[in-house]
Structure formats: structure tokens, C-alpha cells
Design a protein. Structure first.
Length: 317
């Protein structure tokens, strides 16, 4: 276990997730409080060395620019929306230089994209917020994307954002200073259920009406995991061990639609996320979300959301 003070730099990237940032830094503060000494110290960095703007529009002052950390220190990159646009050459170079000098570099929320763009995740596993799964998988085929809440790699740990940042930090606290301290920190956070690195962070459907039904939950998970090449209702029903008629009755009872209507809605919502959060061409978004042609995709999209894909892309600016 680590006995001295570990120093961490949080590199904030434009449009970073404020909740992920708070969930990353607060467990460290509470760990110091509970231990009665400074187990952790930290500072904030940004590309301009002055400040950075987060996704909710507030501005955070920082302590430093892109100067290298000491090799025994740790760097966590925190990003959020529009990560493609904000993955700049200076940030990529800083990530590469940090790792080459022995600094452990982690990523939180969408920051696994930045680490992968820097080429430091090839052959490794990582976690990223579920909204970026499709974008990431297509952009970085050499990286194994896990759908868990975090991946505690010794050199390049990653967390999927939001509360998952706390899960990762609590894991590190337990690893470095014991489970007892990590449990006390979780108690101070009124955090009753600390997730492990085996917990899946797929888009939760348990809050939707009727999803206590295991067949329905499994069917929706299959749809969520097979968007580029949509499954037929017959395939889903066969996997569940039910008839197509039974499957249709389940969706009509609990979701007030057919299986294929719900499936299409999942794919359209994924497409909307990609249009809002990435710069991928519309035709690439259409294919990634299982639509045979950009024209049919555009028609369905406008019918559903009242905007064409191109209008959606323009509305985010």
C-alpha cells in the first residue's frame, strides 16, 4: 500500500463533465479527512493554463498548463461533450509525453477517446461513457472497449463518467490504503452501493415500466448491443426461448409498441447522440445505427424528432 502522499493532476478539456470531475476529486478529499492526513494532493490543468469551461457553462480556474508531472505522479484527463473537436494536438502530445516519462495517465467520461487518439490504449481495454461506444468502437478497432463502469488498468485506468468516476477512485483508495478506508469514504458520500469493475454501464432500462420482466430486459439489451446489424424478431425470440407472438405481446403490454418499433427507436436515439456529440458524417451515423441508406435514415429521423439529421447537427452550435 502507498504510505506517502500521492499527487494527481486533473487535466480539464473543454466541455468536460462537471459531475465526473466532482465525483473524481471528492473521494480524495474525504479520504484525507478520514485518514487525518494528506494521502492525496491535486491540482488542475488545462491547455491554456488559465481556465477551462465545462459542459454546464461554468468556468473553472486551473493551476497550470501542460507541464509534465513527476514520474511518480498521476494524470487524469477529464472530458465530456464534443470530445472529437476538443482533442487537440497539444493535449495528445501531453498524454504521450506523460506516459513516456513514466506518469500514469487515466481518462474519465469521454477521455478514453483522447487516450486512444494518442495511441496509448492500443491492445488494452478501456471504459467510456455509453453515448460514445459506437463512435469509439469504429474509430479505434485496436482497443478493446468494455461496457463496464470502469477499467482499473495499472497504467491507464479509465472510468465512464458521472458516478463511475467515484467508483474508480474508491477502487484506487481501497487498493492503496485498504478497503476499510474506502468504505468510510463511501459512507461519507452516502454512497450505499459502490460498483466494481465488473458492473455493466449499459443504458439503464430498469426504470422503464414493465422491465422487471426478464425476457423483456434481455430483448432490449440484445437490441442495444446489436444496432449496426439489427436482429430480426425471430432471432431475438429464438435466443429468449419464446415465440415471436409472445415477444410481440410483451412489447405491446409494457412498451405500447412492437419489438421492431422499439428497436428502431433505440437506433434513432443512438444516432441523435452521435450527431450531437461527434463530427461523424451523416451517412456514417446512418450505417452505424443500422439504417440501409442515408435517405431512409433522414426520413425516419425527421418523422421522429422533427428535424433532419443535418438540422440536428446545426442546432448544437
Amino acid at each position: 500500500m502507498i504510505k506517502g502522499t500521492e499527487h494527481i493532476t486533473f487535466l480539464l478539456v473543454r466541455d468536460f463533465s462537471h459531475i465526473a470531475f466532482s465525483c473524481a476529486i471528492e473521494p480524495l478529499r474525504i479520504a484525507n479527512l478520514e485518514a487525518g492526513r494528506d494521502l492525496y494532493s491535486w491540482n488542475l490543468a488545462s491547455e491554456n493554463g488559465i481556465e477551462e469551461t465545462c459542459s454546464n457553462g461554468t468556468i473553472t480556474r486551473v493551476d497550470r498548463g501542460l507541464e509534465l508531472n513527476h514520474p511518480r505522479e498521476r494524470l487524469f484527463v477529464i472530458s465530456g461533450n464534443h470530445v472529437q473537436q476538443h482533442t487537440t494536438r497539444p493535449v495528445i502530445d501531453h498524454v504521450r509525453n506523460s506516459l513516456s516519462h513514466g506518469v500514469r495517465v487515466g481518462g474519465i467520461c469521454s477521455a478514453a477517446y483522447i487516450l486512444a487518439k494518442a495511441g496509448v490504449l492500443d491492445g488494452k481495454t478501456c471504459a467510456i461513457h455509453w453515448e460514445f461506444h459506437r463512435l469509439f468502437a469504429e474509430a479505434f478497432p485496436k482497443v478493446e472497449l468494455k461496457k463496464t463502469v470502469f477499467v482499473p488498468d495499472k497504467t491507464t485506468p479509465t472510468a465512464s463518467g458521472g458516478l463511475a468516476a467515484s467508483d474508480l477512485m474508491l477502487h484506487l483508495i481501497a487498493e492503496q490504503h485498504g478497503q476499510s478506508l474506502a468504505s468510510r469514504v463511501a459512507d461519507q458520500m452516502v454512497y450505499n452501493y459502490v460498483r466494481t469493475d465488473q458492473e455493466i454501464q449499459w443504458r439503464s432500462v430498469t426504470g422503464e415500466v414493465g422491465l422487471h420482466n426478464q425476457h423483456l430486459r434481455t430483448a432490449i439489451r440484445m437490441m442495444d448491443e446489436n444496432q449496426e446489424y439489427p436482429l430480426a424478431s425471430t432471432q431475438i425470440a429464438k435466443e429468449l426461448g419464446v415465440s415471436v407472438r409472445q415477444l410481440e405481446r410483451l412489447f405491446k403490454k409494457y412498451m405500447q409498441c412492437s419489438p421492431q418499433q422499439h428497436y428502431r427507436m433505440i437506433r434513432l436515439e443512438s444516432a441523435r447522440n452521435m450527431l450531437r456529440l461527434t463530427s461523424a458524417p451523416v451517412y456514417s451515423v446512418a450505417l452505424a445505427c443500422g439504417f440501409e441508406s442515408p435517405s431512409s435514415f433522414s426520413k425516419r429521423y425527421k418523422q421522429t424528432f422533427g428535424l433532419s439529421p443535418h438540422e440536428e447537427r446545426g442546432s448544437r452550435i
